[in-house]
Design a protein around this ligand. Structure first.
Ligand SMILES: NC(=O)c1ccc[n+]([C@@H]2O[C@H](COP(=O)([O-])OP(=O)(O)OC[C@H]3O[C@@H](n4cnc5c(N)ncnc54)[C@H](O)[C@@H]3O)[C@@H](O)[C@H]2O)c1
Length: 313
């Protein structure tokens, strides 16, 4: 039988915690958002307000839902508020020791049957939970940024995660319109980042080898394979293309692909020059003179369009 998950605790009211709180509250769950300082909670309130406004602008939410969303969320700096939560999702800083200590402390506070989930980007699930007495109720629950828009959530099993918990969380995620996938083992990068970084490594390899320009690599992905990916994944693509053809291509192409084990020089040099992308207004591309905001707005606008198409399917 599925467990009732009604009260959800969120630790860490930053970018991810705020997005996750917004979507659960929007779909009717009661949420407690916790952070170490009141000022971070104020920031989170503002962030949720921005998320609401953008969804309303896109016609994906009604104005009258706003009050309801905020009435479902309790903001608090007191960790004891987690004591009645059915599920606690940790979205605090990406530092192993801090996460381990957080969970150790939380085990003392939370209900004995509460579920524990970490939104870590890539730290080991088994290591994060290593100080817990009961690890069967611990899981990785990796939302993608922006969490109130991107449908994917990866559920990563630790060594002792119970099947019951995996099934309950899959059902819960369905109720908030998310697409859950299960990662059977605690591996770096889970599924999404392994796929993303395989493409990233090859993109860097192509540019470094002078095979194509930065612009043309991005264009090739967006209008070629990437154009298909929201509709058919890489394995479905192979089925539709013909596995014999994909076999033949693999037999000569795999050996020519980049297989670097270290971060490529090109990326290292960008970092050394503080070219960090949008956040420093220069990365592979130039984001000065308002092009940074333009890039973010354009991305979000088109992601919303995609959401509308997907939900109409
Ligand atoms: N930003 C992303 O794109 C992204 C995507 C997926 C997963 N994640 C992961 O989600 C987690 C949070 O990332 P973020 O980008 O939201 O970070 P963030 O810096 O925006 O927010 C983290 C918040 O946690 C708070 N915090 C720190 N220690 C705490 C504690 N002991 N108790 C309560 N609150 C505490 C901080 O004050 C801060 O407000 C990280 O593990 C990160 O790797 C981030």
């Amino acid at each position: 039988m599925l467990k009732d998950i009604n009260l959800i605790g969120i630790a860490g009211a930053g970018t991810m915690g705020s997005g996750i709180a917004q979507i659960f509250a929007r779909f009717g769950k009661n949420v407690i958002v916790n952070d170490i300082k009141e000022e971070y909670l104020t920031k989170s309130r503002n962030l949720i307000d921005i998320f609401n406004k953008s969804l309303i602008e896109e016609g994906l939410m009604n104005e009258n839902e706003v009050e309801n969303i905020f009435s479902k969320i309790k903001f608090s700096t007191d960790k004891n508020e987690f004591k009645n939560c059915d599920l606690i999702i940790e979205c605090i800083v990406e530092k192993l020791e801090i996460k381990q200590d957080f969970w150790k402390e939380l085990e003392e506070i939370a209900k004995k049957d509460a579920y524990f989930a970490t939104n870590t980007s890539g730290l080991s699930i088994n290591q994060i939970s290593s100080k817990l007495n009961d690890k069967s109720r611990f899981i990785g629950m990796h939302f993608w940024n922006p969490a109130h828009i991107i449908p994917l959530v990866e559920l990563i099993r630790g060594e002792e995660t119970s099947d019951e918990m995996v099934n309950d969380l899959k059902s819960l995620l369905e109720t908030i319109g998310k697409q859950a996938v299960v990662v059977n083992r605690d591996v770096p990068g889970f599924i999404g980042n392994r796929l993303q970084f395989a493409a990233f490594r090859e993109a860097l390899h192509i540019v470094e080898q002078g095979i194509a320009s930065i612009e043309d690599v991005d264009k090739a992905m967006k209008y070629g394979p990437g154009f298909r990916y929201p509709i058919i994944g890489p394995l479905e693509t192979a089925d539709l293309g013909g596995l014999d053809t994909f076999y033949n291509i693999s037999s000569y192409l795999f050996k020519d692909l980049g297989d670097e084990k270290e971060v490529p020089k090109m990326l290292e040099e960008l970092i050394e020059n503080n070219y960090l992308g949008v956040k420093t207004k220069k990365g592979f591309y130039d984001y000065s003179n308002g092009r940074d905001e333009e890039a973010i707005k354009r991305r979000d606008k088109l992601l919303f369009e995609m959401i509308k198409h997907i939900s109409n399917k």
